[in-house]
Design a protein around this ligand. Structure first.
Ligand code: RTP
Length: 148
């Protein structure tokens, strides 16, 4: 089963949208295997966004991401990476369809509420970065049989 790293960004936490975002992954059928509220260090965020460090928006992205606590989580299930990003919507909320999180709850690319891993390899890298002591590998065989 695939795993993905989903993060509620500071605006999502401050606007009280953590529950809404969790709800959408839960109701789809994905399994929550890690969850934490954390005030990330600049160093952690620079590592997380290392592929973007030369982008012109990188400084404003750092300021945004350092503006408050974030909620990091790991969701597990079939095609979790790609489908997770479809649940979030497009990077630009104005290009996001209604029914997606960004399509329903935000307007600005610099305040786009959430992050989702963009590939299986980056998901595994991000999970190791944000949850270095591992995730919960609980047995959901019975519940899984309701989903798959
Ligand atoms: P994320 O990592 O947050 O899921 O976003 P993403 O893959 O859809 O987009 P990415 O290109 O990796 O950008 C990361 C975050 O940087 C902000 N951004 N601002 N002003 C801009 O042009 C711009 N472009 C990206 C967004 O917050 C985006 O989610």
């Amino acid at each position: 089963m695939e795993r993905t790293y989903i993060m509620v960004k500071p605006d999502g936490v401050e606007r009280g949208l953590v529950g809404e975002i969790i709800k959408r992954f839960e109701q789809k059928g994905y399994q929550l295997v890690a969850l934490k509220l954390v005030s990330p260090t600049k160093q952690l965020l620079e590592e997380h966004y290392k592929d973007l460090k030369d982008k012109p928006f990188f400084p404003s992205l750092m300021t945004y991401m350092l503006s408050g606590p974030v909620v990091g989580m790991v969701w597990r299930g079939k095609d979790a990476v790609k489908t997770g990003r479809r649940i979030l919507g497009e990077t630009n909320p104005l290009a996001s369809n209604p029914g997606t999180i960004r399509g329903d709850f935000c307007i600005d690319m610099g305040r786009n509420l959430c992050h989702g891993s963009d590939a299986v390899e980056s998901a595994e890298r991000e999970i190791a970065l944000w949850f270095p002591s591992g995730v919960v590998e609980w047995d959901r065989k019975r519940v899984n049989s309701l989903i798959y």
